[in-house]
Ligand binder design. Structure first.
Ligand code: ACM
Length: 522
């Protein structure tokens, strides 16, 4: 018997029970208290307790936390339709963001969250801690809270107690805006996605062979000519200083620090094409729109090269409130090893003279790192002699092993976007390593944190970024935040899967990895 015949035989009263008259609402579903990504340090659910956000809920924020309060309330006003005023603490009931009363152990970025039937209270020592607490609260809201339009509610938040703080101080993501240019709006969208998973550094790869993406007043052709194309020959683009400052301040308001990278001495064709004088032979090469690496080099023997670097670094440092300035240093196949080492050593001093801490790809450990220089490991093995020696001499590392953390790698052979030179990386591979114990002979105390680089030779849209970053970015973010004692693939994939419905509401074009069971097939 077909369904239509069966339905025709049933009494109307029964039909009303089984035929849904409206799409099922997810708004009333109470999120599981233990579903947060990254996993908190300690989390205790209060069974059966929920706090309900209503039309009369207010947000109370201590002085210094008004911005965090506003960024909590603004998206909720959109989805709930409630006024959710933000006013000075203390207040009765409501949602309180307090810069007092947190355990000292949570440090500058941690927080304590208490959800009871009558209030939500986040306590932290610093606004960055409140921000991280708000990200946890965000994930405890019904997924409909992420809707861009008013939804019917109700808005329950599960009760419980969380004390949470990061394992590593550096939890980064890199976006390559050189191979393809991404607008300020696209970068801000990515910042919002990073913040949700407590990522606190955005490394922008601002220059490469195919494009120079930041206006430099003393060398204007870099942006106007060097930024005029991209991989595949598109129109490229660049950030004016005002654009760049907009990105930096948008990030800062979300506890994200921007790390600018000018890659050198290789990956410099866009600069060499913009100024003939930067070339050893005085002849500018044509612009480049292919994807080869290692063919370009600044002229390390020319004094003008260091004037150029001093001026570029000086202008960039002035736009950079954060501590780090990344000098690249990778794949310098067209620079003799001795010239490379002398170049990196000299450039480190230039960066330091402008008040910034040098970051570089781990190739810089072949020079003599300054005591403060941070090396970013991007290799595909767990043993690297010069990185090990540098670490043993005090160099701190950011861990981005390409066969684990490069989220531009394809998920598998059927993935149409991305590359595969470091292998295929599905979620389990991205998650399945310990940044503190990855490299032979490198102690956990040498590791500053992790970063998920996203190279964009094959990526041109925010939908492309979404597809490569989700769901792997939250896996890397969890490695950076959560204590390794919480590391458990079975538990992680459950929590990660629970993010799927939220990404769907947010319009994130995520990859439906078959390693994860996505609730409702979402
Ligand atoms: C790199 O992937 N060349 C750092």
């Amino acid at each position: 018997m077909n369904v239509r015949r069966l339905l025709a035989l049933l009494p109307v009263s029964l039909l009303l029970l089984i035929i849904p008259t409206a799409p099922p609402s997810t708004a009333a579903t109470v999120v599981a208290f233990g579903s947060v990504v990254p996993a908190p340090v300690t989390s205790t659910a209060a069974a059966g307790v929920t706090y309900g956000i209503t039309v009369s809920t207010a947000v109370y924020a201590d002085p210094g936390a008004e911005g965090v309060g506003e960024r909590l309330a603004a998206p909720l006003r959109r989805s709930t339709g409630y006024p959710l005023p933000v006013s000075p603490a203390p207040g009765a009931g409501g949602i309180s963001l307090l810069l007092s009363g947190a355990p000292a152990t949570v440090g500058a970025e941690g927080y304590q969250l208490d959800v009871t039937a009558t209030s939500i209270v986040i306590r932290a020592n610093r606004p960055a801690g409140l921000w991280n607490g708000v990200q946890t609260l965000h994930q405890l809201l019904p997924v409909a809270a992420d809707s861009a339009t008013v939804q019917p509610g109700p808005w329950p938040v599960p009760g419980g107690h969380i004390v949470d703080y990061p394992r590593f101080g550096y939890r980064g993501a890199m976006l390559d805006v050189a191979r393809h240019f991404f607008t300020v709006a696209a970068v801000e969208r990515y910042i919002d996605q990073l913040a949700l998973y407590k990522v606190n550094y955005l490394h922008l790869h601002l220059s490469d062979d195919q494009g120079w993406r930041i206006a430099i007043d003393s060398w204007p052709n870099l942006a106007t000519y060097g930024g005029s194309t991209a991989v595949g020959g598109g129109p490229g683009g660049y950030y004016t200083k005002a654009d760049y400052q907009q990105i930096v301040s948008y990030a800062a308001a979300r506890s994200v620090t921007v790390v600018p990278e000018i890659d050198m001495p290789s990956h410099t064709n866009a600069a060499l094409a913009s100024y003939a004088s930067l070339n050893c032979d005085g002849v500018a090469p044509p612009l480049y729109t292919g994807t080869d690496v290692g063919f370009s080099s600044l002229c390390t023997a020319k004094e003008l090269t260091y004037t150029f670097i001093d001026q570029v670094v000086g202008e960039l440092a002035a736009l950079t409130p954060g501590p780090y300035l990344h000098i690249g240093g990778d794949e310098a196949a067209s620079t003799a090893p001795a010239d490379y080492a002398a170049f990196v050593n000299r450039v480190q001093r230039i960066v330091a003279a402008h008040g910034k801490t040098v970051a570089g790809w781990h190739d810089v450990t072949k020079a003599t790192p300054l005591p403060s220089t941070v090396a970013q490991y991007w290799g595909t093995t767990t043993n690297d002699a010069s990185v090990k020696t540098a670490a043993q001499n005090g160099t701190k590392l950011i861990m981005s092993p390409a066969n684990r953390a490069y989220i531009d790698m394809k998920y598998n052979s059927r993935t149409t976007l991305g590359q595969n030179w470091a292998g295929y990386i599905d979620v389990k591979t991205a998650y399945g390593w310990d940044p503190g114990a990855y490299l032979t002979g490198v102690a956990a105390s040498s590791v500053l944190g992790v970063e998920a680089p996203l190279w964009t030779e094959t990526l041109t849209t925010s939908a492309d970024i979404d597809y490569m970053a989700f769901p792997r970015l939250p896996a890397i973010a969890e490695l950076g935040w959560s204590p390794y004692s919480t590391h458990n693939w079975t538990a992680f994939k459950q929590r990660l899967g629970a993010q799927g419905p939220r990404w769907k509401v947010m319009g994130v074009n995520y990859y439906h990895s078959t390693q994860i069971s996505w609730p409702g097939g979402s």
